[in-house]
Structure formats: structure tokens, C-alpha cells
Design a protein around this ligand. Structure first.
Ligand SMILES: [Zn+2]
Length: 111
């Protein structure tokens, strides 16, 4: 499932969650005299977003160029459903469907 390699972090892009600016290591940051090819992790801790001034902590790893934006971050969300095995996921969906049907049946039963 994971296609990450040991040195992939050096080309990972980071997106500012405050304004949407994306730091691209292959471009660097000309406004702060950051040379091209500088990984986000190698930026000085006092480095801030060149657009809105947010600190490094406001940035999220969105993966290397070519991956969908926010892909890595989204993996951890979705009520934990994404971490379930496919079988468990189906079980969960059918449990919810069954519950809804039971609710509908009891609703019409009352009427
Ligand atoms: Zn920003």
C-alpha cells in the first residue's frame, strides 16, 4: 500500500493550513533566501510562511509532487474506518444498514 522510500521526506511538499501556500523543496523560498532543493525539515525553525507568516507548525505534509493534495493527512481521518480491513468495513456498513431498516420497520410498526 505504501510507496514511500527512505528519502521521500526530502521531496515532500508542505502546505500552509492558514493560507494554502505550498512549500516545494525543488523551488525553495526565494523570499527567505532558501536555496532550491531544501527539504522542509531542513528549514530553520524560525522560518515562516512567506505569504501569511504562519510558523512551521502550521504546515502539513502533503507528500511529493504528483500525489493528491492532503492525501497523507486524510489517511488518519474518517472515523478510523480507513484503518479497518475491507471485511470489517463491509460489516460496519451492513450493520448500519440493518439498523436503519430496523428503525424503519419499527416506525411503520408504530403507525
Ligand atoms: Zn501561509
Amino acid at each position: 500500500m505504501s510507496t514511500e522510500t527512505a528519502d521521500s521526506s526530502s521531496i515532500d511538499r508542505y502546505e500552509c493550513r492558514a493560507c494554502g501556500y505550498v512549500y516545494e523543496p525543488e523551488k525553495g523560498d526565494s523570499r527567505h533566501q532558501v536555496p532550491q532543493g531544501t527539504a522542509f525539515a531542513e528549514l530553520p525553525s524560525e522560518w515562516v510562511c512567506p505569504v501569511c507568516g504562519a510558523s512551521k507548525q502550521k504546515f502539513s505534509n502533503i507528500g511529493p509532487t504528483g500525489t493528491p493534495s492532503g492525501f497523507k493527512e486524510n489517511l488518519g481521518y474518517g472515523f478510523g474506518v480507513n484503518t479497518l480491513a475491507p471485511g470489517q468495513k463491509n460489516l460496519l456498513i451492513f450493520s448500519v444498514l440493518g439498523l436503519l431498516i430496523l428503525l424503519l420497520l419499527s416506525f411503520y410498526g408504530l403507525g
